[in-house]
Every structure is written in C-alpha cells, then in structure tokens.
Ligand binder design. Structure first.
Ligand code: ATP
Ligand code: MG
Length: 452
C-alpha cells in the first residue's frame, strides 16, 4: 500500500499531468474540465487503484477507468468496483503488477485482489471482439484495439464510457451520458445483433433497467427487440451459471418490481425458470427491501416469492436446474414453505420459538413475508428487535439420557416427543437450568406439540 505522501504525490500527478492535453476521441471533454462527480471519482480513488494506474502510466501505457464506475459516479453512487482498460498487453500488465491474477487471460483480463480499503480491480487489455458463433463468446479477440473499438464491444451506452484519469477526460462516443441523464437504456449498435452475439445481454438489459443508477426505460428499438421482437429465446442457449449470476444481481437491487413485471410479460421469467415454473406475480416484491435487510436475505426472499406458486417438488428441480448452491437452495425452499406463517407479535413465547426455528433464515423469511403482509411482518420484526437473547442459548438443557433416567423410558418415538416438548418449553419460557425445564413442562402427557 502507498504511504500518505506517495498517495498525495499520485493524486497531484493525476490532477496536474494532463492539463492542456486534449483527446480527439468522440465526445471527449477537455482536460481539467471534468464535471464534479467525475472529479470526485478520481479524487476518491483508493491507494491501490492509484498505484495500479501509476504503475501502468510509468510503464508508458495508457489507462482508462471504464464501465460501471463512471455510470455510478455520474449518478452520485459510490462505485463498488473499478474496471480498468489499458493498452498494455496482458503480459505487460502482469510484468508491471506481479500480484495480478490471470482470471480471463484469453480475453485480456487480470484481476488484482481486494485490499482492505476497496474491492478487486479488473484490468483488461483494450480489445475488439471477433465473430460470435455460439451466442456466448467471441471466437477470437484482437488486442491492440483503440479505446473507441473497446467501447464498441460493450453492451449498453451507459456502460460504454471511459475516463482517462491521467488526462482527466471523459470519452463517450455513444452518448451514454445523455442516455444516463434521460434514464434511457440503449444498446451499443443494433440490439438484435448484439443479443445474437451474446444471449446473456438480454437478461443484462433487464438487470440494468432496475439498476440503482437508473431506473432506465429501454429506447424504442431495444424495447421492440425484447417485447416480441425475437430476442428472448436467445437466452435459452446461455449457460445456467451466467443466468443465475445475473438474476442474483438483479434480485439484490432495491427496486425490481416494474422490471420483473416486464420480464414476466416478455416471457423472460419462463425462460429463466423453465417449464416447472408456475407464474407468480412479482407485484409487491419491492416491499422485501429495507435498509436493514442483507443482500443474501433479500435475494433468497425474492426467489422464494417468485417460486411460491410452483409446487414443492418442481421448485426443488427448478432450483437445481438453475445451479443454485446447496445452501441457497435450502434457504429458498425453507422460506417458501413457511410463507404466511408469522408468529403473533404480542406472544413472547411464540416469538422466541420462531427466532430459534428460523435461525439464519430469519431475515430472508421476514423480508419475504413483508411482501405478503407488510404490517404484520413489520410488527413481528419490531417485537423481535426488542426480544432479549435467550439466557441459556439455544442448546437443549435436557438431553435424551436425562429423560431415560428420570422417566425410565426406552429410546423411540415417545422419547423424541418428550424431548421435543421439553425443548419447546425451555425456549418459550427462556429457562436457564434443566430442573426448571422439568417443572415448567409439568404434565408430560399433554398435547403432543412437536418441535420446532
Ligand atoms: P455493476 O455495477 O452492476 O457490476 P457493471 O457495469 O460493472 O455493473 P459488469 O457486469 O461488472 O457490470 O461488467 C462491467 C462492464 O463490462 C460493463 O459495464 C460493460 O461495459 C461490459 N460488459 C460486461 N458484460 C458484458 C457483456 N455480456 N456484453 C457486453 N459488455 C459487457
Ligand atoms: Mg461490475
């Protein structure tokens, strides 16, 4: 990591080196006249980003910040990662930055692992993509392209801007900034041609419509291509892993309802989820979001809601087909099963039991139930917030052996029933020692209420 004085030196250099320099590329701004949000982006670059930029620059290479960081900064958002484009070859990048990992070297991409202060940084050599034949990847890529050619291979105009941090100029040949200001999502070039190259872009189009830097509405040509214009079936050929990744990113955005309604209407959700899926309206899905919900819980909740009308066997097949991880799959299935079963927010015993039974799924369950019954889910949430932690933790105080000794019982279903009942009593009454559990349980012949 650079020292503070080195950082200051780097910043100063990034501010002053380019004064008076002007590019002749597209809609480039003149040096030193960047708008406030872009100046803010450059001045706020982390030490590691600055150090990478300066290593490449010192090595005699050109460097640009590309893609999402510019788009987000222009909308006043803090970019979560920085993508860099350079005219250095992948080998030259690795020679200058030896800790970079060749994550996609055939496409010219190396990744610099995250440091404490920021996320990972991807550095990609300028390239032009050759022909696409499988709807996924170019058959060849050509390094040594210009920055303009590099921007041309990108999907949407708002993602196709480049910022030169040394000369402090914005390069915007596709007028992405204008589209950004107007909330318009527009393909770079002919949308159908771009979707044929890579079918995933169909899904990316919907993801960006809901992106926090938006919302965006597709321009006429994109809207037509997506709605009945033949683009959606192109998604069928895309790998499930890529589809899942885009869906997961989409479902983590604060506001997704309008986009999901559009995806349902355009037949995208049926392609993503496959024939097992029974349509469930995405209406209300924005209610899952609040400032406290974590991104994992949010997307589990939303997957569960989208699959709530699908029967449980098909649901499981569908999630496996999507290649969802085992942990996420069981969370989605569990949340689906428990939808609409919130506890009484005034009953402390029920609330304690609910919290223990749901464990790590609690946040996702509440987020999902908030869409179905916001006022009840919020009351339960508030009651849970003020519920004290259990005095004795969550492990049962009375184990099987203790029951066998005390009641002279044999192992079997009856023992299981008693154990379950005692545990339930322990949690509901927040008891902290075994003897008090026996006392509180009283009549063990009472109604068999299994735990949890
Ligand atoms: P986010 O902030 O959501 O990550 P992003 O713009 O960084 O948004 P990424 O998926 O990380 O999106 O991609 C980085 C950039 O690479 C995009 O902005 C776009 O320019 C380009 N890109 C990524 N995937 C594709 C694709 N399939 N086709 C064309 N361009 C793409
Ligand atoms: Mg990104």
């Amino acid at each position: 990591m650079c020292s503070d004085s080195k950082r200051l030196g780097l910043i100063e250099r990034l501010i002053h080196v380019g004064a008076g320099w002007k590019t002749d590329m597209g809609d480039a701004g003149s040096a030193g006249q960047l708008d406030e949000p872009l100046r803010h982006l450059l001045d706020g670059l982390s030490n590691s980003a600055l150090s990478l930029i300066s290593k490449l620059d010192d090595g005699g290479h050109r460097v640009w910040i590309v893609g999402g960081a510019i788009r987000d900064a222009l909308k006043g958002l803090v970019p979560h990662d920085i993508d860099i484009a350079t005219d250095a070859s992948p080998e030259e990048v690795i020679a200058l930055i030896p800790h970079a990992i060749p994550t996609g070297i055939q496409f010219g991409t190396v990744t610099v692992p995250p440091r404490d202060e920021d996320g990972q940084i991807e550095i990609t050599t300028l390239r032009a993509d050759g022909e696409y034949i499988d709807g996924r990847r170019p058959t060849s890529v050509t390094f040594g392209a210009s920055i303009e050619e590099d921007l041309e291979r990108r999907d949407f105009t708002v993602n196709a801007m480049a910022l030169d941090p040394v000369n402090r100029t914005l390069i915007d040949p596709h007028f992405g900034r204008n589209d950004l200001d107007n909330g318009v999502l527009r393909a770079v070039g002919d949308p159908m041609k771009r979707f044929k190259e890579d079918g995933l872009r169909v899904l990316r189009a919907y993801r960006f419509m809901a992106h926090p830097s938006g919302p965006y509405l597709p321009d006429e040509s994109l809207a037509h291509t997506l709605h009945g214009g033949g683009a959606v079936p192109l998604l069928v050929g895309v790998s499930k892993e890529r589809v899942l990744m885009e869906m997961e990113r989409l479902l983590t955005f604060p506001s997704v309802e309008d986009t999901l309604v559009r995806m349902e209407r355009d037949g995208v959700l049926s392609v993503v989820f496959g024939p097992e899926w029974s349509v469930a309206s995405p209406e209300g899905l924005d209610d899952c979001f609040d400032d406290e919900v974590n991104p994992w819980a949010l997307r589990v909740a939303r997957f569960a809601l989208l699959l709530r009308r699908t029967d449980s066997v098909s649901r499981s097949i569908l999630l496996e087909g999507l290649r969802m991880s085992g942990q996420d799959r069981s969370a989605v299935l569990a949340v689906c099963e428990r939808l609409g079963q919130l506890p009484d927010p005034l009953d402390t015993g029920q609330l304690r039991r609910y919290r223990v039974a749901l464990g790590t799924h609690l946040g996702a369950q509440l987020a999902a139930d908030r869409c179905l019954d916001p006022s009840l889910a919020n009351s339960v949430h508030n009651s849970l917030m003020s519920l004290a932690p259990l005095k004795a933790g969550e492990n049962p105080l009375v184990n099987g052996l203790m029951i066998v000794e005390r009641l002279s019982m044999e192992a079997g279903p009856e023992l299981g029933r008693v154990k379950s009942l005692l545990y339930r009593v322990q949690i509901e009454h927040d008891i902290s020692d075994a003897e008090s559990v026996w006392e509180a349980a009283g009549d063990l012949d009472g109604p068999a209420q299994m735990w949890p």
